[in-house]
Design a protein around this ligand. Structure first.
Ligand code: KG4
Ligand code: ZN
Length: 342
């Protein structure tokens, strides 16, 4: 079965073709970073317009890369939420129209399910069950995953997501857009332990997170009369250390509490080198394993959507009887059902 995946939830247009026998055949991503850079953040209307411009071209490119014709597609999967409503509607209407024209099933996919299942695309894929640490620009969640569509929320951020904290802190340190990766790069060059930053909710006893206070703590440092701009790399290092320490501690606690031995890390912040090193080192000691998506599949892409669609289609999920362009800008992952409903 060949499944076309379409991702348009935010500022990346992603298209891919996944084959249930041969694996990932082709995958193309267009990032809108340059489009939004002048505004310091994603402008939803501009994002939607650019998805419209790019989608037909990217579909053609992905088909060419896969050596496959439109007529060979067996299903189409698209991100139906969560995300920006207008951006989601572009992908949804494109997918539903193409599905109608080709007379193939069209499957709405949850963006976070795409992220969470993306490590299964790697050569060394984890088996179910596992704990998933989802760390993106919009979400920070720990889930217990027992199968496709079987997600139980263990804990989440009560305010900012980890990626959002990286981005907002980068902005107040005067770094460019997008801030997260730039802050992480700067942190590589700094000295650790120069600034005492809080470890929010580290000892709260539960699996929830809070990152907005950390951003405020950084603001207090740079607003003080003693602040020297040449210390910015050291401050970035201590900020990153604080986020990573909390993420690590809670992920380990989730493994302890559930008795599971596999941890899957997904979402843009999962690309962070320091986070990976800390997680790898602390789980190795306990005989646990951490799994990551391939680096290029950490941030938003169509491959994870095509893959989630293929798993759902293979498990018997059908598209709707009549085409319906519906999106869910807010959509808790724990409300998602397994492909075969009782
Ligand atoms: O999963 P993603 O591409 O989009 C969402 O679904 O949100 O994640 C993007 C987030 C952004 O907040 C970005 O700053 C963050 O991931 N990010 C990083 C790194 N690379 C991306 N944060 C920390 N370190 C990185 N290396
Ligand atoms: Zn994402």
């Amino acid at each position: 079965m060949k499944v076309l995946g379409i991702e348009t939830s935010c500022d990346e247009t992603g298209v891919a073709i996944f084959d249930t026998t041969a694996g990932l055949l082709g995958h193309c991503v267009h990032t809108q970073i340059a489009l939004h850079a002048a505004y310091g953040g994603v402008v939803p209307e501009l994002a939607s317009r650019d998805h419209i411009r790019r989608l037909p071209l990217l579909v053609k490119q992905a088909l060419d890369a896969a050596g496959c014709e439109l007529s060979q597609l067996d299903a189409i999967a698209y991100t139906a939420g969560p995300g920006l409503a207008g951006a989601l509607l572009v992908g949804a209407s494109f997918a539903e129209s193409l599905g109608l024209a080709l007379a193939v099933p069209v499957l709405p996919i949850h963006h976070l399910e795409g992220h969470l299942l993306s490590p299964l695309l790697a050569a060394d894929a984890p088996a179910f069950p596992f704990v998933a640490l989802l760390v993106s620009g919009g979400h920070t969640q720990l889930m217990r995953v027992t199968g496709v569509g079987e997600y139980a929320l263990l804990g989440e951020s009560v305010d900012d997501a980890a990626g959002e904290a990286f981005d907002k802190t980068a902005k107040l340190l005067g770094l460019g857009y997008p801030g997260g990766p730039q802050l992480a790069a700067l942190a590589e060059r700094g000295q650790t332990g120069r600034f005492r930053l809080p470890r929010p909710m580290l000892r709260s006893g539960d699996l929830d997170f809070s990152f907005s206070g950390l951003k405020t703590a950084v603001l207090n440092v740079v607003s003080a009369p003693t602040w020297r701009a040449e210390d910015v790399a050291d401050l970035a290092t201590d900020f990153q250390a604080a986020v990573v320490e909390v993420l690590c501690a809670k992920a380990l606690r989730a493994l302890e509490q559930t008795g599971l031995v596999r941890l899957v890390v997904a979402g843009g912040v999962g690309a962070n080198r320091h986070l990976r090193e800390r997680l790898d080192a602390s789980t190795r000691r306990k005989g646990w394993r951490v799994y990551y998506p391939e680096p290029e599949l950490c941030t938003d892409n169509g491959a994870m959507i095509a893959f989630a669609g293929a798993l759902r289609a293979a498990a018997g999920q059908r598209g709707g009887e009549t085409p319906a362009v519906r999106v869910f800008p807010r959509w808790p992952l724990a409300e998602l059902h397994s492909p075969v409903q009782p």
